[in-house]
Design a protein around this ligand. Sequence first.
Ligand code: ASP
Length: 309
Amino acid sequence: MSINHLVSIADLSDLQVDSLLARAHEFADTTPRRGDLGSTPSACVQMLFYEDSTRTRTSFESAAARLGYSTCLVTASGSSVAKGESLRDTVLTLQASVDPTVLVLRHPENGAPAWVAQGAWCETAVVNAGDGTHEHPTQALLDALTLQRQFGRDGLAGRHIAIVGDIVRSRVARSNALLLPRLGMKVTVVAPPEMLPADIAEWGVGSSNDLDGVVSEVDAVMMLRIQKERMSAATRLDTHAFHAAYAMTTERAARLRPEAVVMHPGPMNRGIEISDEVADGPRSLIVQQVRNGVWLRMAVLEALAVGRG
Ligand code: ASP
């Protein structure tokens, strides 16, 4: 299976989604370590990160190493980006020096990875590793992989997931809202009115302001971080009120169905959207999400490298 770029979940056909998840399950079942797989085709993965990252960055690097691919990392601070070099000039420079097969790009502006991928000057396969508030497709795919490993590969149809918290600023919510219904899941986004996007009616998912009203009806809850770095200075955030109505606390978790699971893309604001007891408790799949991110990103990098021959 090959893909050209992965900028949005909408870029993938159902067959491509199924193939990526199937390949990621193979990796999860066999847990290849560094050096276990030959690099066929050999590939170089250029990581270009204009925003901070722990999980996405390290899991792409770990995935590349396990495939036998080389990596190069450039972050905004410590590179000529900090001197004002443009995104296009930076990509052209990396193409000339590193000659990457795949460019993994994280950028604060919505649409930056799509813009690079469409450039006549772009010679690499582009993966969106998170663009502003827009999309984070590999996060949604690893979330789907995690849910399939929990409920079975054919076990998502008819399941209900609540995605809870700062929806309007969440690229994770957007990508999951595009992906999970395609796998048969019912999705309800839950947030205070000011954290629901104005265009929520067009997302094709349910929405609610009442977490207590939905908590006992779902098979999974995906808690989201409040993204203070994307809030305007004028935004007044009452974290106590948010916590009281929207946090996954021990009391709320006790009202979940017996088999229901709790997810979070990380980084967590412990004590705000999720309590320590729930984050570290038996329902939590948070560490598995990180682990599954490696297998899923192996599948994505391999499909992109195959696409580049
Ligand atoms: N790590 C995720 C992202 O980059 C979620 C978050 O930052 O809250 O979008």
